[in-house]
Design a protein around this ligand. Structure first.
Ligand code: NAI
Length: 768
């Protein structure tokens, strides 16, 4: 006789397959070929390569590989449709709403197609991918409606080329298309080669929803097609995928003037403190690393457990892993499905078998393109598996002792996409959150995403945010026409004129005046050829010293907005006390009256001092029992190439904006008029600015640009220089994927503040 408990414990799931008949018939009805959807029409459709069902190895459809000519045709269609599409926000809202409705009506077809093509469990495509994609269109229908009133100064960018990966084919499509369309852009989107099919269903729904021809264009193909789209006549490129390809795209778009956002890889820490609710934390891990077979850019793939509970936690985790059901993704009771493609499965298997450290625990998996849930404990923070993205159901684990060690290990990564923190102690959790280098932090949760909250990372996880109000800036530009920065030739004069006078201006590094490492300087003449002085020529070593100085001034980023405001006001006061002398010096340097410029400087300092404690974040209203706190954080170390004209204001304005938000800055003074640097550092020396927060270099912008661009410890570079540094800076920035802001059209205070911040979305339980 069995007790009821025994019966429950021994019961197993019966098969609960979702039918694939409708999706397969849909493909058959369309000739079994996926291809381009351009200008509202299908074609050309060719069977260039195959799309397979990874769970069964069955052939699903032939896919057309888009040629550069076909990409160009799609871009032309998008271009032609754009002006009319941008005209009426309410019309756009109606169309986006209609897309959402169509997707709802056909949600089952979309979910089954996604599961067939990608291998993910139907439970996920049905309950997560498709509903979140639909939510994205609803949310952005609202943004289209509100654009005119809420973003009166912003205009669409134009035609967007969008390249997406295979891990969330429909959801990534929605993340890319919905905000772009809402803001009046038109798009050409390329799905990943493994997963083009749900995009085909989507395209058909667009026709039914009344999307005007040319507004949404889809071109199928592989990496070469993607590269052709990046190179095509588009105004913006948006990419989600591997860091390696992200780097290539950064280089390919360097100097082209194309706007760019990159959402790349991650190795997100999942931190469990000893006072966490361990059962919840185990359940969270199921969603963190076994959701979508771990093929998630923000997967909690690095487990950090506090030492005292590690053994107990691993035991619980292993027991839970044994109950994960892996197999036919169309079965509604399956937790873990197939890996997207045998080539990806082989990569995962190789990374795991190459590892010689720690202890590996695996459950079993069926034959074929399946990989068992895997836990590897006892790794060191430097182990390859703790550093490299595996993009599979493999959890790499290590332990820590103290909260500060947890932060240190968590931040020991070139990535910075997301992080989870588990603790029942609100003080611990909320103390850790701001210290983590990540664009998203989940407190007692994981892998939560919503259209209302920005998604995106720091460091080599890429730049830009998708979703929320913060996501809109990536799809808009200011209405004002960009003015090309003026390149000014330095005045010439006779070397030796007025010799005997020693006025060699130094560099300003770490709060001290410093002689240039190379010992070189250049003579600077006034408008009448009179010798004004010598300006130091900074080299690579001086730049390195300035970066070290910025690194040692990290405390500034933790100071209060109030304190930063006080110091910026104090700079203004000290500058004001010397305004006549400064105006005269500007006159001597440029030949133009300097009074206006000095007045502007004081005004600008007041503006950024004012903002220092007021440019705050938002609380996003996400549809669950929690809120997402969109916190504005400093970017870190910023280097600025200052404008040629305005020798003082060109330094003051970016300096004030960056330090107001808690960044450390290195200014490269005006190339033709470097001599206001000394005036500024003397003011800084008397204004209580902590050493290293502001550093000033002088020298050749074109020579310093590639060095700045490639420095691994600079997080962002801005240029207002008269020299066109875009190619050098953007190409070099691919090294550590630093943010670039080059010759921006917008330099209003708010634009500068936006660029001086990263937005971190911290998800906290609220009312739960
Ligand atoms: P991938 O980055 O190569 O592919 C993503 C997309 O970029 C695809 O649509 C592809 O066709 C396109 N693409 C490839 N080369 C291109 C180029 N030169 N120019 C423009 N577009 C190009 O990713 P892949 O090969 O599918 O996966 C490899 C690894 O990348 C994975 O194992 C994983 O580590 C990582 N990955 C990360 C993702 C994320 O969301 N962070 C998503 C997918 C992959």
């Amino acid at each position: 006789h069995m007790t009821i408990k025994e019966i429950f414990d021994t019961m197993d799931y019966g098969p609960a397959p979702e039918s694939s008949a409708e999706a397969l018939a849909w493909l058959a009805d369309r000739g079994g070929i996926a291809g381009h959807y351009v200008n509202g029409k299908w074609g050309p459709l060719r069977d260039d390569f195959a799309s397979m069902n990874p769970a069964t190895g069955e052939h699903l459809a032939g896919v057309t590989k888009g040629s550069p000519e076909e990409v160009a045709t799609a871009v032309r269609a998008a271009r032609k449709a754009q002006a009319a599409w941008a005209k009426d926000g309410h019309k756009r809202a109606q169309v986006l709403y209609a897309i959402a409705r169509q997707m709802q009506k056909h949600s089952r077809l979309l979910a089954v197609m996604e599961t067939l093509d990608n291998g993910k469990p139907i439970r996920e495509s049905r309950d997560i991918d498709v509903p979140l994609a639909i939510r994205h269109f609803y949310y952005h229908a609202g943004m289209a409606q509100l654009m005119d009133t809420e973003l009166p100064d912003r205009a669409p960018i134009g035609v967007c080329g969008q390249v997406i990966p295979w891990n969330f084919p429909l959801l990534m499509l929605a993340w890319k298309i919905a905000p772009a369309l809402a803001m009046g852009n038109t798009v050409v989107l390329k799905p990943a080669e493994f997963t083009s099919l749900s995009a085909m269903v989507f395209a058909e729904l667009c026709t039914a929803a009344g999307v005007p021809p040319g507004v949404i264009n889809i071109v199928t193909g592989d990496g070469e097609t993607g590269a052709a789209l990046v190179a095509a006549d588009v105004d913006k490129v948006a990419f989600t995928g591997s860091t390696e390809v992200g780097r290539k795209i950064r280089q390919a778009t360097a100097g082209t003037g194309k706007a760019l956002t990159l959402e790349l890889g991650g190795k997100s820490p999942y931190i469990v403190f000893e006072d966490a609710d361990l059962d919840s934390a185990v359940e969270g891990l199921v969603d963190a690393i076994w959701f979508n077979q771990g093929q998630v850019c923000c997967a909690g793939s690095r487990l950090l457990v506090q030492e005292g509970i590690a053994d107990r936690f691993y035991a619980k985790l292993k027991a839970r892993m044994e109950t994960l059901r892996i197999g036919d993704p169309l079965d509604k009771a399956i937790d873990v499905g197939a890996i997207v493609d045998p080539s990806q499965r082989a990569m995962i298997a190789k990374m795991v078998s190459d590892n010689t450290e720690g202890e590996t625990f695996q459950t079993s998996a069926p034959d074929g393109c399946f990989y068992p849930p895997t836990l590897i404990t006892g790794l060191s923070p430097a182990s390859t598996l703790m550093q490299e993205e595996i993009f599979g159901p493999v959890l790499a684990a290590t332990t820590f002792r103290t909260p500060s060690e947890a932060v240190e290990v968590a931040n020991n990564s070139r990535y910075g996409l997301a992080a989870s923190v588990w603790s029942e102690n609100i003080n611990v959790a909320l103390d850790i959150a701001p210290q983590l280098a990540a664009g998203i932090v989940w407190i007692n949760g994981t892998n939560m995403m919503d259209a209302a909250a920005g998604f995106g990372g720091v460091r080599e996880s890429g730049f830009g945010r998708e979703g929320g109000w913060e996501g809109l800036s990536a799809y808009t530009k200011p209405k004002t026409k960009p003015t090309k920065p003026k390149q000014i030739k330095p005045f010439s004069g006779k070397d030796g004129a007025g010799s005997g006078l020693d006025r060699t201006q130094k560099l300003f590094i770490g709060g001290k005046q410093a002689r240039p490492d190379g010992g070189y300087s250049r003579t600077v003449f006034g408008p009448k050829g009179d010798l004004l002085g010598e300006a130091s020529l900074a080299n690579r070593k001086d730049l390195r010293n300035a970066v070290e100085a910025m690194n040692s001034a990290k405390g500034w980023s933790k100071s209060t907005g109030h304190l930063r405001a006080q110091i910026i006001y104090y700079i203004a006061e000290n500058l004001s006390a010397r305004s006549e002398e400064l105006a005269k010096r500007i006159k001597a340097i440029t030949g133009k009256d300097g009074k206006d410029e000095v007045g502007h400087c004081i005004n600008t300092l007041f503006t950024f001092a004012a903002w220092a404690d007021k440019y705050d974040g938002q609380v996003h209203n996400v549809p669950m029992r929690g809120v997402a706190l969109a916190m504005k954080e400093p970017v870190g170390n910023i280097a600025v190439f200052c404008a040629d004209d305005w020798p003082l204001l060109g330094m003051i304005s970016p300096m004030a904006a960056t330090i107001a938000m808690g960044n450390r800055v290195t200014l490269v003074a005006s190339d033709p008029f470097p001599l206001m640097a000394a005036e500024l550092y003397q003011i800084l020396e008397t204004s209580d600015v902590p050493a290293g927060v502001v550093n000033i270099l002088t020298g050749s912008h074109t020579e310093l640009a590639p060095q700045v661009a490639q420095h691994a410890d600079i997080d962002a570079v801005w240029s207002f220089s008269g020299h066109n540094l875009a190619q050098a800076l953007e190409h070099g920035a691919a090294s550590n994927l630093k943010r670039t802001w080059i010759n921006p059209a917008e330099t209003a205070a708010k634009d500068m503040l936006r660029e001086a911040c990263e937005i971190k979305n911290v998800w906290v339980p609220y009312g739960a």
